[in-house]
Design a protein around this ligand. Sequence first.
Ligand code: PLP
Length: 856
Amino acid sequence: MFAFRTVTVIPRLPREINRLRELAYNLYFSWNDCAVALFKSINPDLWEEVYHNPVQFLLQVDESDLKRAAASENFLSQYRQAIDSFDIYMQQETWYDKNKVKFSGAGQNQQDGLIAYFSAEFGLHESYPTYSGGLGLLAGDHCKAASDLGLPFVGVGLLYKHGYFTQLINQEGRQEAHYRYQNFSALPITPALDGSGRELLVAVELPGRQVHARVWQIQVGRVTIYFLDADLPVNSREDRELTGQLYGGDQETRIGQEILLGMGGVRALRALGYAPTVWHINEGHAAFLLVERLREFVEDKGLPVGAALEALRADTLFTTHTPVPAGHDIFNPEMIDRYFGYLYPRLGLNREQFLQLAHDQDRGGFNMTLLALKQCGFCNGVSRLHGEVTRSMFHTLYPDIPLEEVPIGHVTNGVHTLTWLAPEMRKLFNKYLGESWRRCVSDLPDWERVENIPGRELWEVHMSLKEKMVQFARRHLVQQRVRNHETLDRIKEVENYLRPEVLTIGFARRFATYKRAGLLFRDKDRLAALVNDQKRPVQFIFAGKAHPADKPGQELIKLINDVAADERFRGKVVFLENYDINISRYLLQGVDVWLNTPRRPLEASGTSGMKAAVNGVLNCSVLDGWWPEAYNGRNGFAVGEDWDFPSDDARDQHDYYSLFALLEKVIIPAYYEQTVGVPRKWAEWMKESIKTITPYFSTQRMVLEYTQKYYLKAHERSRLLSSRSYQVCHDLYRLKNFLRENWHHVKISGVETSGAESMHPEEKLTVRATVELGPVPRDNVCVEIVYGEVAVRGLKGIKAIPLSEASVAGETDRVVYAGDISLPQGTFGYTVRVRPHSPHFAHHFELPLVCWTSSL
Ligand SMILES: *Cc1c(COP(=O)(O)O)cnc(C)c1O
């Protein structure tokens, strides 16, 4: 192809409103309706046409429209208000400003913290489809909250030329995947520049070649995200496609993308002069950053690989997002040889050792989740239940340690409240909660004031949002029918679809089969009876994409479209094509009930239900993901049970019965039990849901929790382990080796306890344990009494209380440890163990070694 340069010609902004450009180039607009209202008021049709993208809007808007706006007093005052709140947002004192000392520390070796957050997808706004589902939306909301809190934080991702696919539903009700070309100059992104003001390029090695990438940046409030883009003329045609599609292509594309993201991302940050002290890997796709940083430690800092691996563990956090196997990338060893063989000698590793960094015994191959899990010092799942599930998935890495103590924690997901809250609801909150709720979304006392909102007022706002949603859904369906060349009758018919006064249930998410979109349709007659009830009808709105390679997911979409076309369900069950942030906002703000039916425990968290809840929409969900933490019996509905079933079929059958019973006996009657047009009980539930869910399930709470549980610790460890030319890393590496080699000498030769079979509360149970340490120094062990409630598999609610040294028997290596505990009422099991100890360990089981007593 021939070469060309691009030039973008944009209208001149009148001086009075020239800061519109700044607003357009900061994603701040995506959670501020006054910024949105500003653009919209200049030309509402164009605003829809450009799909709410302010940069594209400014590219296309007529100068005359701008002049007219600049001459309107009304517009100008709106403009000043929007600019003022933007300036305040960017300058005001933040949580971080007040807590900075925790990060910078005192004394020498002071270093400012910086968190680098790597993710393959970021869902920030509908105008740019860099997300496929919850993972991306979560990453976007994470960055927005990091900005709100003022955290020193940069994001790293890939810029996809086509993004994720556009879903069209054809006349047969089947999904078609289309890839739209994204014009980067019409997005709110700008090229990142290097120190000398030139556009920044980075390169990564792929087999037999280098691939170059340009770096773009996007501003999300105070936070910057950098995106790598391989679509450059210096790359071969195939390589330019590396950043073509999100989750497209084959294994070769996938590994190339992940190398670009992980290794290229680190290089981009370095070239920009960043020195992160905390590295957060959001799902395994970005885990190759570990390989690049290992290379840095070995080649640039001269550390031997053993110490380098310790340095790597110090400041890395890995968040895993799914227990579903398809969500974990695995590359075969031959592929790893082709892509990384050149690095083995440079890292000081042989082939076997490199593959061991991520070896997956069960499935064979190099598993990106294991790479992250084994090489990061900190790991977490995304809800309490998912934490448990993840610990049992990876228990084999820690075979001798109680399941509960497997060092994988959890931080339950949240949503960026202002991004998802309807402007109408925001006004209502301002009125009854006071303006301050916005600054401290995760503060509880404020939310009690939700009780002050009169039921009628809440209901009226909800109904107006529902009306808007119904109008939107009809327009959306008309567009689809027009495009599919349907008859005029079929197009006109849509005007009668969906009625705002009818109980409306929404279901929208990725169509992965475990989400069981078809659960409702197991008995169509029973469903038809509900939908066509004369007095108390129900209607359903579905939306969602299935990955183009997921045939069963696509069959589900077809199934629902077939139902929607069935005479009995026409206009009462609808499917909206191309689920995205825009559709999601309308539905989550406008339906009455948000339905969620995953096969427990496969939904790691789920977040759409949280977005629904902040808008007063009630969740009706299986007790999976986040819901068991939120559900209190008065703030929504629980489908099924929180126990295990012998088979998927048994569970599906049970959940289907439970869902119908809930609909028939609880949900429908409550909705239609209205006095003067207001369902009183329902409105109480809505308030309970807003009040109990909004503060906790916010990314504000979530990012603060990440900060307190992980970022601060990782930052501390990064400082400690890099001090004195990484001396601690050398020491740690030597210590761990020594302990691994000598641990078999450690024995508990005797345990004496005062305990009888039964005792009274507050009575002390004393324990003396004689331990033989062999060559292991006393400083490097911790002897503990471990107790917990007796459960099916061992103990639960485990507590470990260290015993202290009571006596050392002369010159021998035999040490007596003693201590006592007092137990509350109940049946407990207790035992004694020895585990390795060092003040430099990130957690108790840095080394998965333990010695349990056999003499109890
Ligand atoms: C919130 C959201 C999701 C994630 O929803 P889940 O409940 O986690 O399935 C997916 N897609 C869009 C467009 C969203 O807004």
